[in-house]
Design a protein around this ligand. Sequence first.
Ligand code: FAD
Ligand code: NAP
Length: 334
Amino acid sequence: MQEGVSLKPYNTFGIDVKARHFAAFHSLQELQDLLPTLRNMPFLISGGGSNMLFTQDFEGAFVLNRMVGIQEVLRTEEEVVISAGAGENWHQFVQHSVSLGYGGLENLSLIPGCVGASPMQNIGAYGVEIKDVFEYVDAVEISTGTLRRFHLEDCAFGYRESVFKHQLKNQYIICSVAFRLSLNPKVNTSYGVIEAELERMSVINPSIKDVSQAVINIRKSKLPDPAVLGNAGSFFKNPVVPEAVLDKIRSTYEKVPSYPAGEGNVKLAAGWLIEQAGWKGKRFGAVGVHELQALVLVHYGGGTGKEVYDLSQAIIEDIQQKFGVILEREVNIY
Ligand code: FAD
Ligand code: NAP
């Protein structure tokens, strides 16, 4: 354990707060050795810090999961199950799978962070969520130190949701995640912009590598690189609302985008609502709303997490007032 460590390098917002204690573990044994100490204090497990906002110093232990290693655990003629350590970089793991011709993760290219956080909010992008290729997660129960395997039916995956964010919050540390990938992949290009990018790339019969590259190109063109500009991706979830709410918005905004979300409900694009409300590209001192994607709040440097949080609160209140929709934060606040 180190004491009084700045978390600036460990959160992609680049917020300069201190953790009272700081540690990293690289194996199950190191984690088991650390657990008795951790049980005596509040602590936070982290991979890449790309889904976190610190509004104050962290008065506990900030602990990096650095368990790495990728293994093939099962192979049939059609599929392969591959398990990755929680500390593996997500994008490198996706690229590794794509390079081996294993299909299923390509739409999730270039998402920052580590493998271990991927089940936390069932990460998703461009029409795919990890639940679509998920096999199991191995996690250590904090109170007992025992390793437990969770299968798909145990994880209660939903839109940016899982059992680990709710019923089992702060009860398990994820050590590895296994995915069932296809050896005869069919690409998923149903998300409109992928088709358009493939056309721009002059690709006719796209491979998983082409889809991965298309996603990388799209993301690079509109999302800020955290290494250059502090951010944690989408700050808010896309709200799922009853159709009546959509009808009301449509009476003023004829072209409001919406997507089916189960019986009588629709998903609205939070970024579109924020943009219509006039927030896109606005800067307030050290923080602001990204100029190309209004769903992303940014930190220009030298600011505080509280400033980002206050901006998010002002946006929530404005969207509620203008559209009657309450936005929910996706980023974890500490
Ligand atoms: P961290 O921020 O370190 O942790 C996130 C949460 O998971 C915390 O609650 C933490 O305590 C917990 N946690 C982390 N590791 C473990 C573990 N091993 N065991 C138990 N709990 C753990 N997300 C998407 O879903 N889709 C996207 O397309 C997407 N795009 C993004 C683009 C950008 C530019 C950025 C900055 C972020 C984006 N995100 C996206 C959000 C983020 O990258 C993902 O949620 C990612 O999975 C977070 O990984 P991490 O390792 O950085 O998690
Ligand atoms: P976008 O393409 O501008 O679209 C705006 C929103 O509309 C998206 O958030 C998406 O919802 C929804 N949408 C668009 N086309 C859709 C379709 N065919 N079917 C269902 N929903 C559709 O979005 P973007 O901001 O550039 O992001 C592109 C993708 O990357 C999205 O899937 C987004 O979730 C993901 N992403 C996530 C984060 C994050 O931090 N969570 C950050 C950047 C990008 P969904 O979000 O539900 O897909």
